[in-house]
Ligand binder design. Structure first.
Ligand code: HEC
Length: 93
């Protein structure tokens, strides 16, 4: 009985330490909302490699994504803006 109690206390302390460590680590950078959209929306007609091989300015990405819409890409205006923003930032680095 006593042993079980000690084990429980140890477990509680271990959990507190683990949780404490986790929160003290620097937060991982939040991924751009456009990233997941590109991964899901831009890999249906062609490979994502096609997108990753391209390195364009914001203007060209705007034109290119509009071309994809003409080709049949289903995307809302808000999602389109996020996709263009993500790709433009990615290629400006
Ligand atoms: C409905 C189908 C479809 C979807 C979805 C699609 N594409 Fe395309 N994409 C095409 C076709 C067809 C071509 C080849 C014709 C061309 O080059 O104009 C192409 C070619 C490309 C090219 C190479 C040609 C160029 O103009 O640079 C890039 C880059 C590209 N797509 C990016 C994207 C991105 C980014 C997305 C997601 C936002 C996307 N595509 C989603 C159909 C699609």
């Amino acid at each position: 009985m006593k042993f079980k109690y000690t084990l429980l206390i140890a477990l509680v302390i271990a959990t507190m330490v683990l949780v404490g460590c986790g929160s003290s680590e620097p937060a991982a950078p939040t991924p751009h909302p456009g990233q997941a959209l590109v991964e899901t929306k831009c890999s249906t007609c062609h490979s994502i490699v096609q997108v990753n091989n391209a390195k364009y300015s914001r203007e060209i990405w705007d034109t290119t994504v509009n071309k994809m819409v003409m080709a049949g890409l289903q995307i809302t205006d808000e999602q389109k803006a996020q996709v263009i923003d993500y790709l433009a930032i990615r290629d400006s680095e």
